[in-house]
Design a protein around this ligand. Sequence first.
Ligand code: GFB
Length: 315
Amino acid sequence: MDKADKIFVAGHAGLVGSAIVRGLRDGDYDNLILRTRSEVDLCNQAQVDAFFRQERPDYVFLAAAKVGGILANSSYPAEFLRDNLAIQTNVIDSAYRHGAKKLAFLGSSCIYPKMASQPIKEEYLLTGPLEPTNEWYAIAKIAGIKMAQAYRKQYGFNAISLMPTNLYGPGDNFDLQSSHVLPALLRKAHEAKLNSDPEVPVWGTGLPRREFLHVDDLADAAVFLMEHYDQPEIVNVGTGVDVTIRELVGMIQQATGYQGRVAFDESKPDGTLRKLLDVSKLTGLGWKARTPLQEGIASTYRWYLENIKSCTCHH
Ligand code: GFB
């Protein structure tokens, strides 16, 4: 990838896309093409094709997706399946047809079987049933991986796929109904502290384990792989370390200064018990995550405090 190449970041307004834009600019890639949803609706094939025909980007980061936490995933299965299939099919196909040199597709660690042995290696894909709370999203993402591989196999299109673990960071969604656990708990602890609430509600048993990667680290890995990796096989992107939700709550209490009790609401789903990625393939290529979790939580909390009024998180 040359500094002057034309780079399209699909989903640049989201958590992942905005981090990729920051990462590219830090690396002196300045010829970025960005389009809001009202300019190009990525679910609309005709609009996507017209955009690619006109702009003909050299490189494409496909970070646009319909995403959400455990509740949003299980409440809107049709949208998670339909929108993700549409976005990735339109973008991958148009990128290929209009001469892109390379595309990086962003998947998710939830593509792996629910009962996969841990840590999860890339080759465990499609070896068992999926976690039911997010199988719709997972099926769409698996189709995206296969599409990237099929376009490489049949057309020689240089499409690669990254599988990030659970992400967090500045620009995250803090809406309690649709967000992931880390931003949800930051907000809940913050508000509980402001209101002097005696306890903060946490979904599930606190026992599931999750691996959290700061989104700026993911963006760094995405640029690194765009520069250095040209193979069909998917690549896990994570820290290689996980914590229980109970441990995460402790770290969030430390960052926010909330001292109250933690009330586990076991009527809410736990989801998969563990999904720790094996990141040896990525470390073998020469990349490692940098941000320690407690530090990343503290900086994300600072971002939240600064953006609490202006952000689009439905306060
Ligand atoms: O982050 P999360 O929604 O996604 O939930 P998943 C992780 C764990 O945190 C679950 C618990 O065990 C939740 O029950 N949790 C505790 C909470 N309190 C809360 C809360 O207030 N909000 C939320 N959201 N969770 C998603 C998938 O799974 O992960 C997606 O649904 C995607 O497909 C994404 O793969 C990375 O890790 O369970």
